[in-house]
Ligand binder design. Structure first.
Ligand code: 15L
Length: 264
């Protein structure tokens, strides 16, 4: 797991460690949670191919979380998110690692709208429409997955993650929230169940207000159990009734579609 010391990495580590032997990779130093925690800790950079090749040797699957998680300047996005993801796929090719679970984001398709939804909601594999350099880097990562899958037969699961968090915050997250436990269910399905080629899956909980399809989830056997609706009354009392013509609720990418490009 790359980016293992981050927020998603930490939530996954706690939940997956009982069922898997984890190799945790991050640029930041990490410690074992307790002396007998069955994890291997590796410090390195995702942009260094030698580090990545060493980190990938002998593993069954990579969960690639490392990256800048929000809008930033082009040079850093390009280096960490795009070059880092290319390096990861190349290390997997060199080491024969078959499965890559790529933490993509809803922002790869942030300018898609509610109007584009079909009867099952907005398609998991709808074509890229990034809302930021960050979203563009996630779309680029997905396309690197497509390239390595087509050329080398890798199994690639692109998770278009909504809003990862302990509880939903704000009206948008009534639809886009992904709970910590559902994140573990999602990644467990993505690493363990049969997959052919490249698959896109929305990373969201079983939210009543969800408008993104469940087809990708069904395809990989991901069964979310949490629902942001539980917090609806509280959030509506704080923010008022949702108005779906508001760009923050109309576009997949919500507030990112309204922020300055490059985060300036
Ligand atoms: C993301 O991809 C970001 O990493 C996170 O900070 C949130 O903004 C999330 O998307 C979201 O759309 O809520």
């Amino acid at each position: 797991m790359t980016g293992a010391a981050g927020n998603i990495g930490s939530a996954l580590r706690e939940r997956l460690v009982a069922r898997h032997r984890l190799r945790l990779f991050d640029q930041a130093p990490m410690k074992a949670a307790e002396p007998r925690e069955p994890v291997e800790l590796v410090q390195g950079s995702v942009t260094n191919l030698d580090d990545m090749v060493e980190a990938c040797r002998g593993i069954d699957a990579v969960v690639h979380l490392a990256g800048i998680p929000a809008e930033a300047g082009w040079d850093s996005i390009k280096q960490v998110n795009i070059d880092g993801t290319r390096t990861l796929f190349e290390a997997c090719r060199q080491t024969g690692t078959r499965r890559v679970v790529f933490a993509s984001s809803n922002h790869a398709v942030g300018f898609r709208t509610r109007k584009e939804s079909g009867p099952d909601g907005l398609s998991d594999d709808i074509a890229a429409a990034p809302d930021t350099y960050y979203g563009m880097s996630k779309a680029a990562g997905e396309q690197l997955g497509a390239l390595y899958s087509a050329r080398f037969g890798m199994e690639v699961v692109c998770l278009r993650i909504g809003s990862f968090g302990r509880v939903p915050t704000g009206l948008r997250q009534l639809a886009t929230w992904l709970s910590h436990d559902d994140t573990a269910r999602l990644v467990e399905a993505a690493i363990s169940n049969p997959v052919r080629g490249l698959v896109y899956v929305w990373g969201v909980s079983a939210n009543t207000a969800r408008w993104w399809s469940t087809s990708g989830a069904q395809r990989i056997g991901y069964e979310p159990q949490d629902d942001a609706q539980h917090w609806a009354a509280e959030l509506i009392a704080q923010h008022g009734e949702p108005d779906v013509t508001d760009p923050v609720l109309h576009y997949v990418g919500g507030p990112f579609t309204q922020e300055p490009l490059g985060g300036e």
